[in-house]
Write a protein that binds this ligand. Structure first.
Ligand code: ZN
Length: 449
C-alpha cells in the first residue's frame, strides 16, 4: 500500500466510526437514520465496488455484494462482517480518551466504538475490493460479501435473513469467513510467539432459570428449608459438580500447536490424549482453558424476596450455560437435574442454543486463511480454536462445511479488553494489515486451480 492508500483507508475507518449504528432489537424504537447514512457512506466511498458488484439489500440494512467469477462450477467464497456496534455506557463517557463516535486519531490509533468490533473488518473488506477491482480483479469463482446490522443483539434480522437468502438461491460456499479469532499476543502464559487463532467452532449459549420454593412467613421465626436455602444448595451442587471435561478436535490441535512453546508444561500438552485426565484438572484452574474443555455454567442473575423481614416463597437464579460441541442442551438439563435430584426445583428454558458444528482444520479453506494470514504476520503460529463467545457465523451452517472465524489483526490482551469497553481503538498498522490480508486472500482466488 502506498502512503496515500494508507491515509485514505485510515480516513475511511475514522469516518465509518462517526455513524452511531448502535444495534437494536425488533422491539426497540430505533433511530435507523444512522444505518441508512452508513450505507450511503459505503456507496460514496467505494464507487468501484458499487459499479462492478451486484448489490442487494436484505431487510433494508444488510448489503450483500456479489462479484461474478470467471469459471462456473467452483464454490463461491463469502466474506462477512457487521457494522452495528454496542452502545457506550453513559457513565463511562468521561473515561474515553477520545469521543467514541468522533473517529479521532491519537498516537497512531483510531478511536471509537466499532474500531475493533467490527467496522475495521467492514472497511478492510471494502478497501481491499475497491483496490482489486480498480486493478481489474477477476476471480476464478464468485465472491460474495455480506454485512450484518444486528450481530450484537443476536443477528436475527441481519445474518439469519442473509443466510436464508443464500439458502433460497441454493448456494453452497467453499469458505465462509467471519470475525472471531485474531493474532493474539500475551494471552497464554509462557507463549511469546503470536498465535493466529482461527475459530472453527463456537460454543452454544443457553439460558436456564432455576427456581426453588419455600413457605414464606415472617423472618422472626424462620423455618428450615427456605427457598433461598434450597436454591443456595442447588447452586453449590452445580459449582461442585461441573460437567465432564472433554477434548474436541480443534482444542486437541490447539494444545499440540502450543506445546513447543511451553517447555516442560508443553510435554503434557503434546501427549494430551494420554494426559488429558490429569491435564483437565490443572486446566480447570484457568477460566480460559476451562472454557475450552467443558460445558460451563455461570450464575448471572439471582432473584428472591421483596421485603427485608419477609421470607421469600420463591428464589431463582439465571444460569448461562456455554455448551461444548459434543454436549447437547438435553445433556446439560439432565446433568442439572441429576446433581440436584434431592431438591425440589423447577427449570425454565429461556434460551436454547446448541453448540455449532466443527469445521475441519485440515482443509483448503483453512489453509488459504492460514497462508495469507502468515503473509501479514510471518512470525505467528496459526492454530484452530474453539470460540467461547458467539458470532453471526453459526447462522451460515447450512451453507458451508468450512465456516471460519478470524480477523487478521494483532491483539494484546489490552486491545482485547477494549472491545465492547472503554477506549476501543485500532492501531493504523493493524488496519493496513487487515486490508492486506483480504487483498492477498482474494488474489488467491484469482489463480487457484
Ligand atoms: Zn462483532
Amino acid at each position: 500500500m502506498t502512503a496515500a492508500d494508507r491515509s485514505r483507508a485510515a480516513a475511511h475507518l475514522s469516518k465509518a466510526l462517526t455513524y452511531r449504528t448502535i444495534s437494536f432489537s425488533e422491539e426497540d424504537l430505533a433511530d435507523d437514520s444512522a444505518f441508512e447514512a452508513f450505507l450511503s457512506f459505503l456507496e460514496r466511498t467505494y464507487p468501484t465496488v458499487y459499479e462492478r458488484m451486484n448489490v442487494t439489500l436484505i431487510n433494508k440494512y444488510s448489503p450483500v455484494y456479489h462479484l461474478k467469477g470467471r469459471q462456473k462450477g467452483k464454490l463461491p467464497v463469502l466474506l462477512l462482517g457487521h457494522y452495528d456496534v454496542v452502545p457506550v455506557e453513559e457513565n463511562t463517557m468521561t473515561d474515553w480518551k477520545r469521543d467514541p463516535f468522533g473517529g479521532e486519531v491519537h498516537e497512531s490509533h483510531i478511536y471509537g466504538r466499532g474500531a475493533m468490533d467490527d467496522k475495521n473488518q467492514v472497511i478492510s473488506i471494502m478497501e481491499s475490493l475497491e483496490t482489486l477491482l480498480h486493478e481489474g480483479y477477476e476471480p476464478d469463482r464468485d465472491i460474495f460479501v455480506a454485512f450484518g446490522f444486528d450481530e450484537e443483539v443476536g443477528g436475527e434480522q441481519g445474518a439469519k435473513a442473509i443466510a436464508k437468502y443464500f439458502e433460497e438461491k441454493g448456494l453452497r460456499f467453499h469458505l465462509v469467513l467471519d470475525e472471531g479469532g485474531a493474532v493474539v499476543l500475551d494471552t497464554v502464559e509462557g507463549v511469546k510467539t503470536p498465535l493466529g487463532l482461527i475459530g472453527v467452532a463456537e460454543k452454544g449459549s443457553s439460558m436456564i432459570r432455576i427456581t426453588a420454593y419455600g413457605d414464606g412467613g415472617h423472618s422472626s421465626m424462620p423455618k428450615k428449608g427456605s427457598s433461598v436455602e434450597v436454591l443456595s444448595q442447588a447452586v453449590l451442587n452445580l459449582m461442585r459438580n461441573p460437567m465432564k471435561p472433554r477434548l474436541t478436535p480443534p482444542v486437541r490441535e490447539l494444545f499440540h500447536g502450543m506445546a513447543p512453546f511451553l517447555g516442560a508444561k508443553g510435554i503434557l500438552l503434546r501427549h494430551v490424549d494420554w494426559t488429558f485426565p490429569v491435564l483437565a484438572r490443572i486446566l480447570s484452574s484457568s477460566s480460559v482453558m476451562n472454557s475450552m474443555v467443558r460445558t460451563t455454567m455461570a450464575m448471572t442473575m439471582a432473584k428472591a424476596g421483596s421485603a427485608m423481614n419477609v421470607m421469600p416463597q420463591e428464589a431463582s437464579v439465571y444460569v448461562n450455560v456455554r455448551i461444548l460441541p459434543g454436549d447437547t442442551f438435553e445433556d446439560v438439563l439432565l446433568h442439572m437435574k441429576t446433581v440436584n435430584k434431592d431438591l425440589d426445583l423447577s427449570y425454565e428454558v429461556l434460551v436454547r442454543e446448541e453448540a455449532s458444528l466443527i469445521s475441519p482444520h485440515e482443509s483448503e479453506a483453512f489453509k488459504a486463511v492460514e497462508r495469507n494470514a502468515l503473509k501479514v504476520h510471518p512470525d505467528a503460529k496459526v492454530l484452530p480454536y474453539l470460540m467461547a463467545g458467539g458470532s453471526d457465523a453459526r447462522k451460515y451452517e447450512k451453507l458451508s462445511d468450512h465456516i471460519l472465524r478470524f480477523s487478521c489483526v494483532r491483539m494484546t490482551s489490552a486491545d482485547l479488553d477494549s472491545i465492547h469497553a472503554t477506549n476501543e481503538r485500532i492501531h493504523v498498522d493493524q488496519l493496513f494489515g487487515m486490508i492486506r490480508f483480504y487483498v492477498e486472500l482474494l488474489r488467491d482466488y484469482e489463480t487457484s486451480e
